[in-house]
Each structure stands twice: as C-alpha cells, then as structure tokens.
Design a protein around this ligand. Structure first.
Ligand code: FPP
Length: 238
C-alpha cells in the first residue's frame, strides 16, 4: 500500500486519523426547549452520520469522545441517559459495524460502567475482532492524564530513567495501534482539549467549529477535512 497521503477534492491531503470532541448536545436541546437527553439522542444521530461519512471518504481512524472521566460529575439521571444511549447504539449499530469491516476500539476505563453495558461493549469488541477495515475508537470514561499516568507507571516498571523516550511512552498509550492523530475537531465554539488525547495532539491540527454537535454532518466533516488539507504541517521544521 502506498504511504503517500491520499488527496481530497481541492488537492489537500486527507487526514488519516480524526478525533472529535462532540460538544453542544445540551445547548442544542436548550435552544429547542427540550430536555438535555434529547440533545444526547440527537448527538447519537450525528455519530451515525459522521462515522458513516468518515468511512465513505476513506478516513482510516475516527476517535470520538463519548464519555470523559470527568463526566461522572454530571447528575446521575444524565449519566443514566448516556448509558441508555450507549446500550441502544450498540444494539442498533453493531451489525452495521461488523458488516462494514470496522475495527472497534475502546479508549478509557469503561469497566466502571454498569455491568450490562460492559458486557455489551465486550461483545461488540469481540464481534469486530476479525475486522480489518477503518477504525472507530470510542472514548468511554477516558481521560488523557490518567492514560499518561498509567503509561508512565508501566514504562517506569520496565525501563531505567535514561532508557525512557517518547517511543516507549507512546507504546503504552491506548492509541498505540492507531495512526498518528492528524486532526482534532471540537464542536460548539469551546476552545479546550478537556483532557482528550493530550499526548496524541502534540502535532495534530486543531479545529474549533461553532456548530453544535447534533447539527454536525457530512458537509461539516468535508469542510473540516478541506481545512486540514489547506494547513501547512511543519512538525517543528521550516
Ligand atoms: C457534550 O455535550 C457531549 C457529551 C458529554 C456526550 C457525547 C455523547 C454523545 C454524542 C452520545 C453518546 C455517544 C454514543 C457513541 C452512543 P454537552 O452535554 O456537554 O453539551 P453542552 O456543553 O451544550 O451542555
């Protein structure tokens, strides 16, 4: 397989790995005088649209921030709604992921979720285990600082301080079998990384868009990819 970057319409390079902080579900619902749960439900529709379109345009890996390690601070009812949507999503979309040859990855300590959700996730990962196509990584109870602490502990247990380098840390990250992160998108006008992929974002292009996540669709992903294609990446060089 050629290692040259794929080109998109307009001539720019296609990002191999895109990550998204899906923000703005609550504000989307509030604008419509709906409960926050309705915003999250519409957010799942956006997940479906965007994951399908990412596959259609040839993005190798898509990582989505579905539940952060800080989201436990939300009211119990909202956490319950998010767990319910995760159950529904797995039940309704797993067959498509299997059929579409999607490699499913979970980032984060999802074993703290309710036992039935953990079982559904384990089953989903197992059923996608033989797949060889595009990667969908879902961050569930993920926090980058905790990921880095675990990586540091594991490296320190095996290596002397002078042997530790960037590659040895990278090999312990949960993204170790994903392509390098090229493009990180956050929706809803907030300009923060919120403990998401902090190491991996070192050389990623960052894109902050005002669109609320439930309104994000194929055209927005195309626009983000085009914006990426127009950026000059120098990785510290000239
Ligand atoms: C941020 O919106 C969004 C989240 C905390 C959760 C993202 C979850 C989904 C899109 C649905 C679940 C995903 C899957 C894969 C089933 P917010 O609530 O912080 O919005 P706000 O900032 O406007 O209040």
């Amino acid at each position: 397989m050629s290692t040259a970057p794929k080109l998109v319409a307009g001539g720019g390079a296609l990002p191999r790995h895109v990550a998204i902080i899906m923000d703005g579900n609550g504000r989307w619902a509030k604008k419509r005088l709906l409960p926050r749960a309705a915003g999250h439900k519409a957010g799942v529709e956006a997940v479906r649209r965007v994951t399908r379109h990412a596959r259609a345009i040839g993005i190798e890996a898509l990582t989505i921030y579905a539940f952060s390690s800080e989201n436990w601070r939300r009211p119990e009812e909202e956490i319950g709604d998010l767990m319910g949507l995760l159950r529904l999503f797995i039940r309704s979309d797993l067959a498509e992921l299997v059929r579409e040859n999607v490699r499913l990855r979970i980032l984060g300590d999802f074993r703290r979720f309710p036992a039935d959700v953990v079982a559904l996730i384990d089953d989903a990962v197992a059923r996608c285990a033989g797949n060889s196509g595009p990667i969908l990584a879902i961050a569930l109870n993920y926090g980058a600082q905790a990921e880095l602490v675990r990586a540091a502990q594991s490296v320190a247990a095996r290596l002397a301080p002078e042997q530790i380098d960037a590659a040895s840390i990278e090999a312990e990250l949960e993204t170790r079998d994903l392509p390098p992160l090229d493009l990180l998108i956050r929706t809803s006008g907030e300009h923060r990384l919120s403990n998401f992929l902090l190491w991996q974002a070192a050389y990623a292009e960052l894109l902050f868009v005002d669109t609320l996540w439930p309104d994000f669709g194929a055209a927005d992903l195309d626009a983000a990819v085009a914006a990426f294609g127009n950026r000059q990446r120098r990785f510290g060089g000239l």
